[in-house]
Design a protein around this ligand. Sequence first.
Ligand code: CUA
Length: 155
Amino acid sequence: MNVELYERIWMWAAAALIAMFLSGILLTAGLHAVRPPSHMETLDPTALATYPEFANPAVRTQPDGGVVVSVVAQMFSFSPDPIVVPANRPVTFRVTSADVVHGLEVPGTNANVMAIPGYVSQFTVTFARPGEYIVACHEYCGIGHHNMVGKLIVK
Ligand code: CUA
């Protein structure tokens, strides 16, 4: 089969681009532990008050020493705020929304999930550096979206 020179060049260029994009995905997944949450848990978003952990969202230390943070996102704030957690210990976030789709991201860390009404987004992260971080909503959720910022204190 005879393939024209320029066609061959473009085929190889396209193949190189695809390989580059794929290795970008694989590298971030492997090196930065960026991955889709695998946790699947539902609740009734209209009755959050009937779930003890979301009726009163807070940072709780479990009997085994683990730290669990229950977070409710709603227009246009996070609860609790500020979130105070220890450094160098695994912290499990359990995030849901009381109204529309929000996001929860702590820039500079790999804490980043969507807060979806009816679902609990769960992830565990260890913050190595003590300090103050912002908790940002990264899904457009209405007129006050740009003001939906909370605070995370790692100590
Ligand atoms: Cu909440 Cu944007």
